[in-house]
Design a protein around this ligand. Structure first.
Ligand SMILES: [Zn+2]
Length: 283
């Protein structure tokens, strides 16, 4: 496998969920071999991803308020760097994060591969969310900000996706990227058991450095970074943990405890393995 950041040959590291995880000894990037990318996105982001638990969501629509708050926090964060303008939200799902951005003064649209969940954004929230993938998206519109919240780790072909993102970003425009940090303490403690090693839905594992190396050849420069605060609802947190811990003793204990925890209360996402970076187009 070739590294999608520096083009060197990657070495197989370990097998996870029947997929090999590869590491680049030159730049440190890690990717999974998920086979033929054609049809990959449609297969992964089936309705099951949003409602079936496992690596995805136990009930995506139940996360509505938390995701909207997440969008509002980013809407306010972006205002430290620029006046509110237009956004394009990649992987918009049911439109909740986009709605949060709109709540804080932004306007815009998004794209989402899953038909049913994008239909929710259109019919329930009256948002402009196209059904499709960024890699084959085309518009004459240009946006002040392209937001990719927990999205870049899922692109089978990183450069193709970012090429389109670059084309639709206006002069001096921005990219806001949030993804998982494989250099975080939680990733290092858990090693290959880190819960974000969940191919085939997650294909890439970044650090702030490898993300910067990916983005810079597109003419974007980092102007800010940090760690997001994030909340999950109780049902999602427990479903995710059960999936990660599987049939282990903590997993079985949790399955029992899970029945006692109210499903709709927000729980803080404590893992601390997410980071965000803001980049600005230089040319
Ligand atoms: Zn590399």
């Amino acid at each position: 496998m070739e590294c999608q950041i520096c083009n060197r040959t990657m070495q197989p590291l370990f097998l996870k969920h029947r997929h090999w995880i590869y590491g680049c000894s030159e730049c440190g990037h890690q990717s999974a071999d998920v086979g033929n990318p054609a049809g990959h996105v449609e297969q992964i982001y089936s309705d099951e991803y949003f409602h079936g638990g496992g690596a995805g969501y136990s009930d995506y629509l139940a996360e509505k308020d938390l995701l909207r708050n997440h969008g509002q926090r980013y809407g306010r964060l972006l205002q430290k760097y620029m006046h509110p303008g237009t956004v394009f939200d990649v992987g918009a799902a049911a439109g909740f994060v986009l709605q949060g951005l709109i709540d804080t003064g932004w306007s815009g649209r998004g794209i989402e591969p899953n038909l049913r969940i994008s239909e929710h954004a259109r019919s329930h929230l009256n948002l402009r969310v196209d059904t499709g993938v960024l890699e084959s998206f085309h518009t004459e519109e240009r946006f002040d900000v392209v937001t990719m919240i927990q999205v870049v780790a899922h692109f089978p072909d990183l450069r193709k996706a970012l090429q389109v993102a670059s084309e639709i970003t206006c002069r001096d425009g921005f990219w806001l990227i949030e993804t998982w940090n494989r250099n975080s303490w939680v990733a290092r403690i858990f090693g290959r058991h880190w819960h974000e090693y969940s191919p085939p839905s997650v294909v890439h594992w970044f650090t702030p450095t490898t993300l910067r190396h990916l983005v810079e050849p597109f003419g974007f420069r980092e102007i800010g970074s940090g760690r997001p605060s994030k909340w999950l609802n109780g049902a999602h947190a427990i479903s995710l943990l059960q999936y990660k811990l599987g049939g282990s003793i903590p997993g079985r204990l949790l399955a029992g405890a899970g029945k006692l925890i109210p499903q709709n209360i927000p729980l803080p996402y404590l893992a601390g393995d997410l980071f965000w970076m803001l980049f600005q187009k230089q040319r």
